[in-house]
Design a protein around this ligand. Structure first.
Ligand code: NAD
Length: 301
């Protein structure tokens, strides 16, 4: 184990959270020829405790129009759950956290990781909005040295950039190791971002998506009408804005809005735009979470 730290190689990666992003990131790591351990929660009442991560792998092999992962790469993905297998992070050189966008859930996971991971193993969060300073609150010096944010974009297979946030305590050599791997093995361009709410892309993006929903509702536009304006003319030719929300996950919208507004300074003009949206809440309650659910603003086969 010591030689992994000394050589600085990333030979095995653990991705925690096998949802839209975690699964896509794990596929990219496996496509690069690197073994990956993919973990998620144990679903309520499930007979197979690894069912979530296994289901994610099955989906990655089917993704339309092209699978996100080759069959050969899939052999490099081991699946498991965080109750039975979290101690296996000790085998990994980089742990990528891609669980639900909730500070309490992420912090509870880090408390466990702090006990189980090797010193010098990088831990990064895929958070869209939560500042690094908040994520590492309560963590010790070593964990803070090993921690950074690596914000992949959706879908990780096609979006060729990563926003990277280094904290004040982040070990520069460790961050460099992660950046080199992301560049050389995952083919990503690194965008260094400051530890500000929503970093660069989501400070703009969450606001922009929320403006689109509010404007369509206020003006009584259909989704198709709204996307005629919010599609090609605004630089989102394939999906339009509402199609993009379906891709991102409708359920992520209130989490992003809540998380972003909780970190904004008092009186910030974003507050009103990021207010709760009853329509979106109803869609989520009924299972219309977008492509990953029963459909969203659009229907999918
Ligand atoms: P998702 O809802 O698709 O997946 C989240 C997964 O986390 C689920 O499978 C859930 O079962 C799992 N999970 C919840 N608690 C867990 C725990 N304690 N341990 C292990 N797994 C747990 O969400 P997502 O869209 O993949 O988002 C994941 C993270 O990536 C969030 O922080 C989000 O803000 C960020 N992100 C999302 C997008 C996007 O477009 N969806 C883009 C960039 C970043």
């Amino acid at each position: 184990m010591g030689d992994t730290i000394e050589t600085g190689a990333i030979r095995k990666v653990c991705v925690i959270g096998a949802g839209v992003m975690g699964a896509g990131i794990a596929a990219q790591v496996a496509n690069s020829g690197t073994p990956v351990l993919l973990l998620d929660i144990v679903p309520d009442g499930a007979t197979d405790r690894d069912a979530v991560a296994k289901g994610a792998v099955a989906k990655l092999l089917k993704t339309d129009p092209a699978p996100f992962m080759s069959k050969r790469a899939a052999k490099l993905v081991e699946t498991g759950n965080i109750e039975d297998h979290l101690d296996r992070v000790g085998e990994c050189d980089w742990i990528i956290e891609a669980v639900v966008e909730r500070l309490d859930v992420k912090q509870a996971l880090y408390t466990r990781l702090e006990e189980l991971k090797r010193p010098g193993t990088a831990v990064s969060s895929n958070t869209s909005t939560i500042p690094l300073g908040k994520l590492v609150e309560g963590r010790g010096d070593q964990f803070r040295r090993d921690f950074l944010i690596t914000h992949f974009f959706n879908p990780p297979r096609y979006m060729r950039l990563i926003e990277i946030v280094r904290g004040e305590a982040t070990d520069p050599a460790l961050a460099q190791r992660v950046e080199d791997f992301a560049d050389r093995f995952l083919g990503k361009r690194i965008v260094p971002a400051k530890d500000t709410p929503g970093f660069i892309a989501n400070r703009i993006g969450t606001y922009w998506l929320a403006v689109a929903i509010n404007a369509a509702m206020d003006q009584g536009l259909t989704i198709e009408e709204a996307d005629q304006i919010g599609g090609r003319p605004m630089g989102v030719p394939k999906t339009g804005i509402f199609g993009l929300i379906d891709l991102v996950g409708v359920d992520l919208m209130p989490l992003l809005s809540k998380s972003l507004s909780s970190t904004l300074p008092q009186g910030d003009p974003y507050f009103d735009t990021l207010r709760p949206m009853p329509l979106v809440d109803r869609m989520i309650a009924d299972g219309y979470t977008g492509r990953k659910g029963k459909g969203g603003f659009y229907t999918f086969d």
